[in-house]
Every structure is written in C-alpha cells, then in structure tokens.
Design a protein around this ligand. Structure first.
Ligand code: ACO
Length: 467
C-alpha cells in the first residue's frame, strides 16, 4: 500500500506531467512531504495549507498576514485598480469617463446594480433617492443631544447606527425589497445627517432637504442655506462636488469597506454594517490626509519656502502629505481628474494663496528624482482639501463628506457579499503568543507592582458655548 508521502508525490508528478501548470508544488522541509496546491485567479486557497501537517494531531499550516496586505478576502466585480498603471475602473468603466459623462447618482446605481441605468431606471432611482432624504424628527432630536462642539464624524457614526432603530425591517436582509430600501435610504439620508452634523457644530438651525435640487446641490443647500427661501449653489461648485463624490464612491477592499464586509458578514442590518464603515473612515490613517495637506501648505506659507521644505522631507524631517499611496505607484488617476475641476472652483470662489503653493510644490516634487524614484506622485487628497476649503467647508467635515459617496460603495460591496455563496461570518485565525495551563493564584499570593495604570489627571473643563 502506498504511503501518504508517496501518494502526494505521485499527485504532484501527475499534475506536472498532465501539463497542469496552474498549481503550486510545496515541499514541507519539516517532514520532506510534497503538496500540490491549485492556483486559481493568481491565488492559492488559505484552507489548502491546512493539509500541511507535521503529525496527525497537528492543526495544520496557516498563513500570517496581519493587515491582509497579500490576502484576497473576497471575489468582487465592483472596482478594479491597477496601482502600477494608475488605473481605476468601476464595473469596467474608467473613472475618467465616469467623471466626464456621468453623475454621482448614476455611478451609485452602476456600483450597486452592475450596469449603467437606462433613462427610466435612472429616473426611478433619482426619484427614490430624492424622496428618502428626510430623516425622522426623532433623529433630529437625537442629534440635538450632542455637545455643541461634537465632532461631526462622531455624530454621523452615531446617526447611521441609529437609523437601524428607525427601520427594523432592514434586518430582513434576505428580502430584496428590504435590501433595495436600505440602499436607497442610506444613500439618501447620509448627506442629510452629514449636513445636520455641520449645522449643529455651527449652532445653525437644521436645513431640510430640497427636492427640486440634484444630489450635490441639495447637500450644499442643506449645508449653507441661511435666511433665503431657496439656496441654489453655483453650478461650478455643485458639479465639482459631484465629481469629487464620483471619485470617492468606491475603492475596493480598503479599511472601511473591509469593516463593512466584516461586520455585515454577521448578517446584521446594513445600517449597522455601514456604521462600522463610517467608524473606520474616522481614523486619521484612512480619511484624514487632506486635512494634513492643508496644515502642511499653511506651514510652508509661501512658494519661496518650498525648496527648504522639500529638503526637510528628503532628510526625513517631514512627510510630503498628499503624495504617495499604498496601491498607486503612479499618478493617482483621481488626483489628475480633480485638477481639471480646480480652476472652475477657484474662479467661482475667493482667491486662496494655498493653491499657488500646492501647484508649485507638486511641480518641484515631480521634477525631483527623490520623489519619482520612489514612485511618489500626488494622491486624491493633495487637492481635495483645498477645493473643500474654497467651498467654505471646514476641515472637520472633510471625512464626513468622504462618507457621503463612499456609502454607495459600501452598499454595493455589502450587496455583493450578501449574494456571494462563499460568504461566511468573518473570523480570522490568530497565532497565540500568551501563556498556557497556569495554575490559578489566590489573591493574597499574587505579586505585582504597587501602582497600576490609572485614569489620566483631570483636564480643565472645556468652556460651554458663549462662555
Ligand atoms: N513623503 C515623503 N516620503 C515618502 C512619502 C511621503 N508622503 N510616502 C512614502 N515616502 C517614502 C518612504 O519614506 C519610503 O522611502 P525609503 O524607501 O527611502 O524608505 C518610500 O517612499 C516608500 O514608502 P512606503 O512607506 O513603502 O510607502 P507605503 O505604500 O507604505 O505608504 C502612504 C503609502 C502611507 C500613503 C505614504 O505614501 C504616506 O504616508 N503618504 C502621505 C499621507 C497621505 O497622503 N495619505 C493619503 C493616501 S490616499 C488615501 O488614503 C485616500
């Protein structure tokens, strides 16, 4: 009878002689055994490693990949990125064409349903989104409970989570009607919550949605409407914002999308899953770089100071914020598109000296071998903050505004996950590094430092509004 080793070696040899080159032959040097792992779509299955054992009772080999930097967590047909070539496509359409010819609502439909809508489909979709922008008055009361200086992203996070309590039927995630209604409500209401969070911060009364306006105009109206009966923003601003919304709508398996999928894999309602995405986006490593760019440009102060600043970057005393990207090792295609809309925005708004500094900084960095040799090019955040600032949107709202279009991406990815038969509750493994099998020690016999880490010293109270 053939041993296990012989059988495995024979399988490997058979696969090779049969010309099946879509395999990976692995030899475990601990045992000398050889295994044949199928390669599909340029990947090997993590579970195929489990058969590699040193003994019968061994759990089997696992892979270790703390930030999923080389692990595909799903199959997806929503967004394609080729970072080396600087390509971004949604459902196969280039981001350049979508920004030039589409609107954000059309792109949201494309992301969620996989195809560009026909005329009647787009009319219905636009009607449904437009007629679900209001939030329940109780949610407005809920927002009033926040401190006057509450960070708007914290308010949005809580508000999106709270939506699940207003729509308990959303828990029926196997019902396609309920899934559709959740998609519509999320895309429609996140801008309302976002604008309410800003107005709460400013001490302004909330401005209700205006159904006569398109998606981006309505958001700007809810942000900036004062005493006028109707607020129609300048076309250059609403169009630029719509393009920024398209640019931020989805970016495949980034931190927040991974959070939505991970939390959603428990079959929780989509509002709660999307709230997890908002929480992930709140982190400075994900959604905060454009604010850092503005701070950097302010510190540089004048184009004359750029050479000295770049020298400090090269000496590693500074980081050139808004440059470099984990995936794009070429010009971020989104940064190029933003540039095309900047002039229109700046013509429609007040002069901002930071623009000159940014343009000169980019030019000099792109002329410098230090940056090009490291494939450091402007990313989407290099110019987006300046555009938002020109629109008089404060820096603490930048991430909130990022969440508005990304909601469409989160919903699309959540829908795809729901329909994927391979979906299981997300549950990574760990490499346990702690102690084992210790004997319980009675409290009087325990050793330990006298002082434990306690609460921080009390900080002075923040003044109340008007103080
Ligand atoms: N300024 C100066 N040097 C940089 C920068 C930068 N912005 N980014 C990378 N480098 C250097 C690194 O020091 C490294 O140099 P070395 O090889 O001599 O050590 C080299 O370029 C490669 O950098 P990595 O750290 O390997 O690049 P990574 O892919 O890990 O980092 C990141 C990507 C985090 C975005 C980084 O480029 C960065 O911090 N950029 C500034 C922050 C920023 O703009 N973030 C927004 C990203 S877009 C978004 O999230 C929507």
């Amino acid at each position: 009878m053939a041993t296990e080793q012989q059988t495995q070696d024979t399988n490997a040899a058979d696969a090779a002689s049969a010309g099946n080159t879509e395999t990976l032959t692995v030899t475990d040097n601990r045992t000398g055994k050889t295994y044949e792992l199928p390669i599909e779509d340029g990947t090997v299955k993590g579970m195929d490693l489990r058969q590699i054992k040193v003994s019968e009772d061994d759990f089997g080999l696992m892979s270790y990949d703390p930030a999923f930097t080389n692990t595909a967590s799903c199959r997806s047909s929503v967004t394609y990125i080729d970072g080396e070539a600087g390509i971004l496509e949604h459902r196969g359409y280039s981001i350049e064409q979508l920004c030039e010819r589409s609107t954000f609502l059309e792109v949201a439909y494309l992301l969620i349903f996989g195809e560009l809508p026909t005329g009647p489909q787009l009319d219905r979709w636009t009607f449904d989104i437009t007629h679900h922008t209001y939030v329940h008055e109780d949610l407005k009361q809920f927002f009033e409970g926040f401190r006057y200086d509450a960070h708007p992203m914290g308010m949005l996070l809580a508000g999106v989570g709270a939506l699940s309590t207003f729509y308990p039927d959303a828990k029926q995630i196997d019902d396609p009607e309920e899934r559709y209604m959740s998609a519509v409500r999320l895309i429609a209401k996140v801008p309302t919550l976002a604008a309410f969070s800003y107005r709460h911060n400013m001490g302004f009364p909330y401005a209700y949605p205006d159904n006569d306006l398109n998606f981006s105009e309505n958001f700007l109206s809810m942000m900036f409407k004062k005493t006028e009966a109707k607020h129609v923003p300048k076309a250059a601003l609403s169009r630029a914002l719509d393009v920024l919304f398209i640019l931020h709508a989805d970016h495949e398996q980034n931190c927040s999308t991974n959070a939505v999928r991970g939390v959603g894999s428990s079959d929780v309602d989509p509002y709660s899953a999307v709230a997890a995405g908002v929480a992930a986006l709140y982190g400075p490593l994900h959604g905060g770089a454009n604010e850092a760019v503005l701070k950097m440009l302010r510190r540089i102060e004048s184009p004359d100071n750029i050479p000295a600043f770049l020298e400090r970057v090269k000496e590693r005393g500074e980081k050139l914020m808004g440059f470099g990207h984990r995936v794009y090792k070429n010009y971020d295609p989104r940064a190029r598109i933003i540039q095309q809309h900047m002039d229109e925005v700046f013509e429609a708004t007040e002069y901002n000296p930071l623009v000159e500094i940014a343009r000169e900084l980019e030019k000099r960095a792109l002329d410098d071998d230090y940056f090009t040799s490291r494939k450091l090019y402007p990313n989407v955040d290099f110019y987006s903050g300046i555009i938002y600032e020109a629109m008089e949107i404060p820096a603490n709202m930048f991430t909130v505004i990022f969440a508005i279009p990304r909601t469409a991406g989160w919903v699309a990815q959540w829908m795809e996950m729901h329909e994927d038969p391979a979906t299981k509750i997300a549950r990574p493994r760990q490499i346990y590094t702690g102690a084992r099998e210790r004997d319980y020690v009675a409290i009087d016999d325990r050793d330990g430092p006298e002082k434990i880490v306690g609460p921080p010293a009390r900080r002075p109270k923040r003044p109340r509004r008007g103080a």
